[in-house]
Design a binder for this molecule. Sequence first.
Ligand code: GLC
Ligand code: CA
Length: 554
Amino acid sequence: MTKQWWHDKVAYQIYPKSFYDSNGDGIGDIPGIIRKLDYLQDLGVDILWLSPCYPSPLADQGYDISDYYNIDPRFGTMEDMEQLIAEVKKRGMYLLMDLVVNHCSDEHEWFQKACQEPDGKYGKYFYLRDKEEGKLPTNWRSAFGGPAWDDMPGTNKQYLHMFHKKQPDLNWENPQVREEIYKNINWWLDKGVDGFRLDAIMNIKKALPLHDYAPDREDGLCNIGAMLQEAKGIGEFLNEMRDQTFRVHNAFSVGEVFCAKPDNLPGLIGENGYFDSIFDFNAAMFGFSPNGWYDCSPVTPDEYRDCCFESQKRAGSIGFLANIIENHDWPRGASRYIPEGDRCPESKKMLAALSFLLRGIPFIYQGQELGMENMAFTSMDEVDDVSSHGEYQVALKAGLSPEDALKAVSTFSRDNGRTPMHWSDEANAGFTTGSPWLKVNPNYTAIHAAAQVHDPDSVWSFYKKLIALRKNPVYKETIVYGSLEPVWQNRHNLMAYYRKGDKTILVIGNYQKQGQDVELPAAYQEILLNNYSDVSQDGCTIHLHGYQALALAF
Ligand code: GLC
Ligand code: CA
């Protein structure tokens, strides 16, 4: 495998709106990110991925872009962005932007012009169909609920939107659209950005001609998954994009891919794959129901382990997965993967160690390094996320009481990860001196950075140790390029694996409150990591404490 600059890095995702507000308007911004770069450097992360900060009506919090060449004034100016790029470079770090090109905003000038002249040049930038009374062009359900088609203002047409109605899908079949997109990517790369995270990228290819699929709910609509399965030829677009943009700049690309079938992996992340990495959503998606959030189930420790190992086995040494515990679209990992009642610094550290030392590129989501948890929303009025509002309606229609619907939405709401970052125990968690755009999680007084960065036993310090271990010159090669072999796979509430390269490392997590014994095959040489201050052992038998995590070198 050809070594690339991103292979041995650690990435950190910033959700700008909720990271740090520098001017008291309640909205996080780019100058705020610049002020916190030393914090990030101290933690040890290398690559920063910024969720979108381009001009946007924020119908989907910036994933609806109205100008690909600018910065939304709420987040700052282009000068701020240039300064951020420079400050990131100065610290030897890298910056990824979010590439949202399956769709743009209905307020983008392309769509505005298409409305003025649907049969003209810009009409061909979108998927438009003549409007027929009482009938939709296809029976597809949009990701946030309701049909994927809406009337195009001022015309007799309807347009396709796989997400919110303010996010019209771009027509990738049109070479002019592709050219515009590549031009924009190169423009940012020329500015000094080091790569992109590719949003909803597998949606860009539609199965043509567009047609209906079997309805899968009482609304008579169908999930677009069936269509995406049928769509062939996305590789032509993705290869072309890679060759005309990322390759030219030696830039890093990581794809948001939900449909990675095992035989797809070489094409997706192999030596000459479309992407340099793709996120592993196997555990995130586990227990999700086609009926909606109200019908989803929790993930047990054994299921979490099996999901991780399944992905690791599929990816093998084909390429690099981007390993996450959470991001801006999912509940907080500490809340989803640690049973209720067991959420404590030890269990959070264990989860961190198990995920972080897998083969792949670790991505930390802001606040994860503090052990931030889900929010207990007390009313839908506290929830901003479009998706949550759609799912709330789905739950009500399925017969849930408003209280139960709120509970279901609270568990999975994307706002769990979007509440402002906890910097300190000052008002609003030190995120803003104004009034925050989204309610701060009241548990900030117990979970915040100011206390953790100086506490050697904090979750934050444990993340710092994990990052340092990944960079330790003695073990780096093994942690980055070594193989992964599960151990004791059928033991209950235990997740353990070897990383084997020029060194051998055994990672063990006792995924329960009770202690548990493991029998080592031989004596270890060194404890690389421990979330307790001791290891209780008799010879090769280790008496693991509840939620103890160890990394041992042999
Ligand atoms: C991706 C983003 C999500 C957004 C969607 C539409 O899944 O991560 O936040 O809503 O794409 O752009
Ligand atoms: Ca601000």
